[in-house]
Design a protein around this ligand. Structure first.
Ligand code: FAD
Length: 525
């Protein structure tokens, strides 16, 4: 899979596409997989890199959402739990089950949460991940040795799924490609084209790399632009009422000493009424998230000081060693594309259901939902889009469609496990040139061959693509990512034929982006 071949596929395509999907996050790529696997002719265009938006910035949980149980949204929870199960079946190299412990400091918490979590387990039915139960104080500490012990009574454990969001996404791009879709990163949709009756019949697009413009046409255009949903809708219908409320969430990343063991902490009620997680992730500790309404969506959102302080303070209430600003290895922010609901005061209370909306112009918009439910969202969207475009009716086949790299025992590949069967190809690169087996930095588990692989096979075009989304270095340790950037640039220059000017520009660009992921240098406000 590389960009040159994708362009060739695009240029060789004569007639109108069955579907053009705008947006290369979980939602858009899910739609591309669904459409292509039903043998529809699909083109997907992403303005930046695949996953540059919200889909690389999540808490990385394949979950039903314990909190939505409390909101009484049983249907949403059951649907998400089923999708969680299908995701584990179809991508076992990328999703794993994880124990979550709710620590109890009050007498009423154990029976209260124990009962709720039992219901959560039962709702998963045959897609269950493990039995939830109440834990004694000693059992709680066996799961979470670094939990604060003052006043601890016990806990309740339940099971959910964990994954690497950007890595899953790139494997989904490969899956869509294998099913026949054409997917291009760094192509911005700048407008919509319409036929004589005012019906959307294609898009105007610009290749961000070359500046070339083109106008592919389609029987239906699908807007999967997440937090940018309303911007594209306004192009179809200038009077369209907004559908989205953007809400920001941030995560802080620490080293693994803060959360030892292999279980996560789930705090069901923070002081602002949200859920907070502390999770072991790629040998680090990930803590989040907040829920702060923002005026508009940005492609590179920045964590606010009050969000950082809130997470540090809340984590300090549960972790024996309270983390400080100096301990933060990386901070990242993401924007939830929440669907508006009249009369709901807080974004935390807004439902995470997805919505499919068809404008009078025929633009199909899919928004809301969650990473976990991307497959189901895509199924619903393609059903409706195919009807609207009068395409030959074909059933959805993604329930049991394996995600690229499918491997039942990928753990044997060690730090390359997330690549699934592609790990064998990366090992081959190292066999051919042993220098590619060298680590890129002592603080993160990546080797040089992964950069070569990303440039050759995963459509990585920039140093940032490699550091943020092909590896997760920027999300795990922003300073380490900056330190390894020159080596990454050298390897990419050799693969992609960069001259010195391009290499320098790339390093300037990653320095700029990475400054948003480092906090201790900022003013603590
Ligand atoms: C902090 C946080 C934590 C979360 N945690 C979880 C979790 O643990 N589990 C879970 O299931 N869900 C979680 N979610 C929700 C989940 O991440 C999102 O629902 C999902 O990623 C949204 O995907 P998307 O494709 O709709 O949007 P995005 O990933 O934002 O993708 C939209 C894409 O459209 C592109 N685009 C926009 N305009 C154009 C244009 N004109 N031309 C071309 N491309 C364009 C953007 O560049 C972007 O890449 C979380 C969300 C947040 C914010």
């Amino acid at each position: 899979m590389n960009r040159t071949d994708m362009w060739r596929r695009m240029q060789a395509h004569g007639n109108a596409w069955d579907m053009i999907v705008v947006g290369g996050g979980a939602t858009g790529v899910g739609v591309a997989i669904d459409g292509a696997s039903r043998s529809y002719d699909v083109l997907l265009l992403e303005q930046s890199d695949f996953g540059k938006g919200t889909s690389s910035r999540s808490t990385k949980l394949a979950h039903g959402g314990v909190r939505y149980l409390e909101q009484g949204n049983i249907g949403l929870v059951m649907e998400a739990l089923k999708e969680r199960g299908l995701l584990l079946q179809n991508a076992p190299h990328l999703v794993r089950d994880l124990a979550f412990v709710v620590p109890n400091y009050d007498w009423w918490e154990a029976p209260f949460y124990g009962l709720g979590l039992k219901l959560y387990q039962l709702l998963a039915g045959k897609y269950g991940f493990g039995a939830s139960r109440i834990l004694s104080r000693e059992e709680t500490l066996a799961h979470l040795p670094t939990l604060k012990t003052d006043g601890l009574r016990g806990g309740a454990v339940y099971y959910d799924g964990q994954f690497d969001d950007a890595r899953l996404l790139i494997h989904m791009v490969a899956t869509a490609f294998e099913q026949g879709a054409t997917l291009l990163n760094y192509v911005e949709v700048t407008g919509l084209t319409k036929d004589a009756s005012g019906f959307v019949d294609g898009v105007s697009a610009r290749d961000v790399v070359t500046g070339n413009e083109f106008r592919p046409s389609a029987k239906v255009v699908i807007n999967a632009t997440g937090p940018f949903t309303d911007r594209l809708r306004l192009q179809a219908e200038p009077s369209a009422a907004p559908m989205i409320i953007p809400s920001q969430g941030i995560h802080l990343v620490f080293d693994s000493t803060f959360l030892q063991g292999d279980s996560a902490i789930m705090v069901p009620h923070t002081s602002d009424g949200r859920v907070l997680f502390a999770i072991p992730w790629h040998g680090h500790t990930l803590v989040g998230t907040t829920d702060t309404p923002v005026a508009s969506a940005a492609l590179e959102p920045v964590a606010m000081e009050q969000e950082i302080n809130f997470i540090l303070a809340t984590a300090g209430r549960y972790l024996a060693k309270a983390p400080t600003r100096e301990d933060v290895l990386s901070v990242f922010a993401g924007i939830r594309p929440l669907v508006r609901a009249p009369g709901v005061a807080s974004t935390a209370a807004l439902a995470r259901d997805h919505v499919i909306h068809i404008d009078r112009s025929g633009l199909v918009t899919i928004c809301g939902g969650k990473w976990t439910t991307y497959r189901r969202m895509a199924e619903d969207c393609v059903d409706q889009a195919a009807t609207l475009a009068q395409l030959l009716e074909k059933p959805c086949v993604t329930h049991h469609l394996h995600i690229h790299g499918f491997h039942g025992a990928a753990k044997q590949f060690g730090t390359l496990a997330v690549y699934g069967s592609d790990a064998l190809e990366i090992r081959k690169l190292i066999e051919e040139d042993s220098r590619l087996g060298e680590p890129l930095h002592a603080a993160v588990p990546y080797v040089k061959a992964e950069v070569v692989w990303a440039a050759r096979q995963e459509m990585a075009l920039t140093v940032e693509d490699v550091l943020a989304r092909r590896t997760r270095a920027l999300f795990l340790n922003a300073r380490a990512a900056l330190e390894m950037a020159p080596s990454v640039a050298d390897l990419m220059a050799a693969e992609l034929g960069w001259d010195d000017v391009t290499r320098t520009k790339q390093l300037d660009a990653i320095r700029d982006v990475a400054s948003n992921y480092v906090i201790s240098s900022r003013n603590s406000g």
